[in-house]
Design a protein around this ligand. Structure first.
Ligand code: KIV
Ligand code: ZN
Length: 499
């Protein structure tokens, strides 16, 4: 059986220190609830003394979440510790995370003091905190650049004072994986009371090595990793939760595991990215939009035959519906056939050869070929069923202090039906009426309106993406009236849904 590694999530504290990414208390509660679903062991909810908002967030998260331990950050300062203990009073399991800098840069440059005085302050803070809460974690700030021998003395002293988790932060993201691993091994071998505490990694990504350093720490004895969702955090960010968790799952050799429900990873990543308005880079490991997307013909062919040829993680394991095949000039027949099937065309043999030639001509002149392009290409032929569904009439009432209401009339093979619906906006009302008329339970995944040129009297292009029973369907329409274009695009998508 694998050995357990505890996940300490600091998205709401270290992650939230990113300029422009601050969340309000309600948003923080939403993230905390999702972190609980994800299965993290500890949520670092804030730095209570830093602002009333942070204090309040720690209080409200403590009330909203019950499984994970709730942790509050402090400096090694009595006032900070008292305020943190007060903020944690509703937490089922509360932890104070206190600490002080231990590198020469901090001892001299920041505190202008001596190494011995730092130990005294550290011990005092831990004892003070220990009287107020059940659990105390100590951080030795800038441990990455601290002398190992001195660090071992600090760690031994704070464990003796009552700290049960010792955080060894590589605050500046300076260490190499071998160096960071050796630091953890040194502490495991040279701190006499190390069996009374667990060591925690806290790695920053300034040299792109945060995940490697955290794993190296675990391989050498650390049993807690401090992480953020999407690796967010100041400067280049922190170790990312999804990378550490999936590296452990992929490499049974490491023989460690966490309590994380990996199927919640994408949902959590999207929530954090949306609320913090911080887009995830397309090629980000595990959660980037290209992480399971294949564009070269050789890879596409391989993945369609056997996913494992080019994927080490089953996308479903982290909550991604399926790998995506992006159609470009490098795509082969297999990928084209697969995509055509998804959008409703079954094309084989000579007919596929012809469509493939046309597809290559088109792909040469475009970056990537969309479903609308394929639809246009193929629907000129005889492969698709004639559409018998039409939008006949559309009337929308919307405005300030009015309930948006849409009346939609559609014909199905000549039979005409009308439906009226309300919504949280005119488009929502229109879509609800169409869903009722078309008797389809679909889920809207994406809705995009683009102006073809710039004037307000211009053509609006609408793209919609819907989901039905795990499959994705696209719809497209253009009209000078964007509401009509939206209705037509939605009908276009829903009419592709097969039962
Ligand atoms: O990076 C760091 O050193 C920290 C500590 C305050 C834990 O975030
Ligand atoms: Zn940090």
């Amino acid at each position: 059986m694998s050995e357990r590694v505890y996940i300490f999530d600091t998205t709401l504290r270290d992650g939230e220190q990113v300029p422009g990414c601050q969340l309000n208390t309600i948003e923080k509660i939403e993230v905390a609830r999702q972190l609980e679903k994800l299965g993290v062991d500890v949520i670092e909810a804030g730095f209570p003394v830093s602002s009333p908002g942070d204090f309040n967030s720690v209080v409200e998260i403590s009330k909203a979440v019950s499984n994970p331990t709730i942790c509050a950050l402090t400096r090694a300062v009595e006032k900070d510790i008292e305020v943190a203990a007060e903020a944690l009073k509703f937490a089922k399991n509360g932890r104070i995370h206190t600490g002080i800098g231990t590198s020469p840069y901090h001892i001299k440059g920041k505190f202008n003091t001596t190494p011995e005085k730092i130990i005294e302050r550290a011990v005092h803070a831990v004892k003070f905190a220990r009287n107020l809460v059940g659990e105390v974690e100590f951080y030795a700030e800038d441990a990455g650049r601290s002398d190992n021998e001195y660090l071992a003395r600090v760690v031994e002293a704070v464990i003796a004072a009552g700290a049960t988790v010792i955080n060894i932060p590589d605050t500046t993201g300076y260490c190499l994986p071998s160096e960071y691993g050796e630091k953890i091994a040194y502490l495991m071998n040279n701190v006499s009371n190390i069996d009374k505490a667990i060591l925690s990694t806290h790695c920053h990504n300034d040299l792109g090595m945060a995940t490697a350093n955290a794993l190296s720490g675990v391989s050498n004895g650390a049993r807690q990793v401090e992480v953020t969702i999407n690796g967010i955090g100041e400067r280049a960010g922190n170790t990312s939760l999804e990378e550490v968790v999936m590296a452990m799952r992929c490499h049974k050799l490491l023989d460690f595991d966490t309590n994380i429900d990996a199927k919640q990873i994408i949902k959590t990543s999207k929530l954090v990215s949306t609320l913090m308005r911080m887009p995830v880079q397309a090629n980000k490991a595990i959660v980037g939009r290209n992480a399971f997307s294949h564009s070269s013909g050789i890879h596409q062919d391989g993945v369609l035959k056997d996913r494992e040829t080019y994927e080490i993680i089953d996308p479903a394991d982290v909550g991604v519906k399926e790998s995506s095949i992006v159609l470009t000039a490098r795509s082969g027949r297999a990928a084209l056939k697969h995509r055509l099937e998804i959008i409703g065309y079954k094309i084989e043999g000579k007919e596929l050869d012809t469509v493939y030639e046309q597809f290559l001509d088109l792909a040469d002149s475009k970056k990537d070929v969309t479903d609308e392009d394929l639809d246009a290409l193929v629907s000129q032929g005889h492969t698709k069923q004639e559409r018998s569904i039409k939008l006949e009439k559309l009337q929308v009432v919307s405005g300030l202090s009015l309930i948006p209401t849409a009346t939609v009339t559609m014909s199905f093979d000549g039979d005409v039906f009308t439906e009226t619906a309300t919504g949280n906006g005119p488009v929502d009302a229109v879509f609800t009426a169409i869903k009722a008329l078309m008797k389809r339970k679909v889920h809207l995944e994406e809705y995009l309106v683009q102006a073809v040129t710039r004037g307000s009297d211009d053509l609006g292009k609408v793209h919609v993406q819907i989901e039905h029973k795990g499959n994705t369907y696209y719809g497209y329409a253009a009209n000078t009236d964007v509401i009509t274009a939206s209705a037509e695009a939605f009908i276009d998508a829903v009419s592709k849904v097969h039962n």
